[in-house]
Design a protein around this ligand. Structure first.
Ligand SMILES: Cc1cc2nc3c(=O)[nH]c(=O)nc-3n(C[C@H](O)[C@H](O)[C@H](O)COP(=O)(O)OP(=O)(O)OC[C@H]3O[C@@H](n4cnc5c(N)ncnc54)[C@H](O)[C@@H]3O)c2cc1C
Length: 252
């Protein structure tokens, strides 16, 4: 956040174009690209170039075709330069000039935002717990490790063997109650209850201009069922959900 406030402060001061790169074309990277662009453009008339780098050929590869098309169109309409289908690295840093070079791109960037997906902590591998190919703890329907049943794991750190889902708060939060219930059952020496996560989930993607796109997806097939085009009301809805959630931490 400190770095972001500094960027905002510096933006109107200079007349040279500001070039910003976002690496990672998932929901976070796409949303952040649009939000940065909209936010900075409000601060001054300095030329701003936004570049979005993504390893996949398609942005938001886990989303529906309709949502992907819509977001790509919005990004292109707003002049965001897309670099798809290549794994990116920071190739070189020029500390004196304050620039960074990204592999496969002739441009130099003042700022690079790294928005690639959640990864497993390296210490998990050393514990001997059964893990999936990405190093996340494998759990069954009772939320117990499949190799060490006295260990429970939920949220981003775990993958349900029979019900894999995206690493998203939607799924992490809902495992809270069944985790509590099963920990209590385990302490009491009673049988544990299975938990099966929902298949459908709602995504609300902000487009940075006070609108949002809504889509209802199938978690399992990662296939969209319904996509609604950008609308202000969807933004208010997203904002309302997020604020309601955060309020829970204020009123414990
Ligand atoms: C920018 C951003 C936007 C997102 N937006 C959405 C969204 O709109 N909708 C959605 O569904 N999901 C969203 N997500 C994903 C969501 O935040 C995660 O899926 C969710 O927070 C996972 O919850 P968790 O409790 O498993 O892990 P976390 O929320 O990451 O919590 C883990 C906690 O454990 C602490 N910790 C880590 N290691 C240790 C340790 N060794 N000892 C003690 N403590 C430790 C960490 O500091 C952290 O506080 C977003 C994620 C990001 C980064």
């Amino acid at each position: 956040m400190e770095a972001w406030y500094k960027i905002c402060q510096d933006f109107p001061k200079d007349s040279t174009p500001m070039k910003i790169a976002v690496v990672g074309g998932g929901a976070g990277g796409v949303e952040l690209t649009l939000a940065i662009q909209a936010g900075l453009q409000q601060l001054g008339s300095r030329k701003l170039e936004m570049h979005l780098f993504h390893s996949g050929r398609e942005l938001m590869s886990n989303s529906s075709t309709s949502l992907r098309k819509l977001l790509k169109k919005i990004l292109q309409q707003r002049g965001v330069e897309l670099h798809l289908g290549k794994l990116s690295q920071i190739e070189k840093v020029f500390p004196e000039q304050g620039y960074k070079k990204i592999t496969n791109c002739p441009d130099l960037f003042q700022h690079v935002f790294w928005v690639t997906q959640a990864s497993a902590a390296p210490w998990i591998q050393k514990t001997g717990l059964a893990v999936d190919a990405e190093g996340f703890i494998l759990i069954d329907e009772t939320l117990q490790s499949i190799s060490h049943p006295h260990v429970f794991a939920t949220g981003d750190i775990a993958t349900m063997v029979n019900h894999p889902r995206p690493k998203a708060g939607v799924f992490a939060v809902r495992q809270g109650k069944p985790l509590f219930r099963n920990l209590r059952q385990a302490v009491w020496g009673k049988p544990l209850k299975p938990y099966i996560p929902q298949q459908n989930y709602l995504s609300l993607i902000g487009t940075g201009d006070g609108n949002a796109i809504s889509t209802i997806s199938y978690a399992y097939a990662s296939r969209g069922k319904l996509t609604l085009p950008p609308h202000k009301l969807l933004w208010y809805w997203k904002d309302y959900i997020d604020r309601q959630f955060m309020r829970q931490f204020e009123r414990l």
